[in-house]
Design a protein around this ligand. Structure first.
Ligand code: GRF
Length: 231
């Protein structure tokens, strides 16, 4: 038998937990004063961003820099699709953009050699894959060991690969999210830096879920870069 007198207390506890637990959906948790004070110490981090498409994550990083949430500079954007909107975003922000079209290279390694060379020309220290839809090779990993960061739209290690949101929807899980991690040779498998959880709602479509996941990506990508810089 349940002790009925326990129930009201439990209800209040649940309500409080629901309210106060919102920030802990992001882990490690972040708060604005920490971001603005602690993370602006030290040198300006020189970032190189790799992106394939729209570039909303590129924009989130650029904005975090502009609002001094992140002590960094985007030295160069590398993109691989000639019509990617991210190039326009870079132009609007006066950030150099270099097109390295993967269709011009027969081997993945050749593309990565060109990417590494470009990043080195711009003196990049940290590489950020922000919607970069190419599989990385040892060439790029060797050029920037433990210095490549990726954003992935699931709570890794669940739902690796390019159809993570579709997989989450099809699987019936009730919570998914996004992960910022270091890049290793095995796809979506490197050390996890930060995650944010996103509930899947009964009426969710690919579009609605992706849009809520992206809102979280825009929070954790700049924050994870900032935290990474401290180590
Ligand atoms: C993001 O959802 C990212 O997780 C995935 O590709 C998307 C890129 O979006 N790998 P955007 O180009 O940054 O808007």
């Amino acid at each position: 038998m349940y002790n009925i007198s326990f129930l009201p207390t439990f209800a209040i506890a649940m309500e409080t937990a629901a309210f106060s637990s919102t920030p802990s959906l992001i882990s490690p948790s972040i708060n604005k004063p920490f971001l603005s004070q602690e993370l602006n110490r030290g040198n300006v981090a020189k970032l190189g961003i790799l992106a394939s498409g729209d570039g909303s994550n590129f924009e989130a990083v650029a904005q975090a820099i502009q609002t001094r949430q992140l002590n960094a500079k985007i030295e160069v954007l590398i993109y691989n699709n000639p019509d990617a909107y991210v190039a326009k975003r870079a132009e609007n922000s006066n950030i150099p953009a270099v097109l390295l079209n993967h269709r011009d290279y027969t081997q993945r390694e050749d593309l990565d050699t060109a990417i590494a060379k470009t990043l080195q020309q711009y003196n990049v220290e940290i590489v950020v894959m922000a919607g970069w839809m190419r599989i990385v090779t040892q060439v790029l990993i060797d050029a920037f060991p433990d210095k490549i960061i990726n954003i992935h739209p699931s709570l890794l290690p669940s739902f690796k690969g390019s159809r993570a949101i579709e997989q989450a929807l099809a699987s019936g899980v009730k919570i998914t999210g996004c992960t910022v991690h270091l890049v290793s040779l095995e796809v979506d498998s490197g050390k996890i830096l930060m995650q944010s959880a996103v509930p899947i709602l009964p009426e969710d479509t690919l579009k609605t879920l992706h849009s809520r996941i992206q809102a979280e990506e825009h929070k954790i990508l700049p924050a994870a870069i900032a935290i990474y810089r401290l180590h």
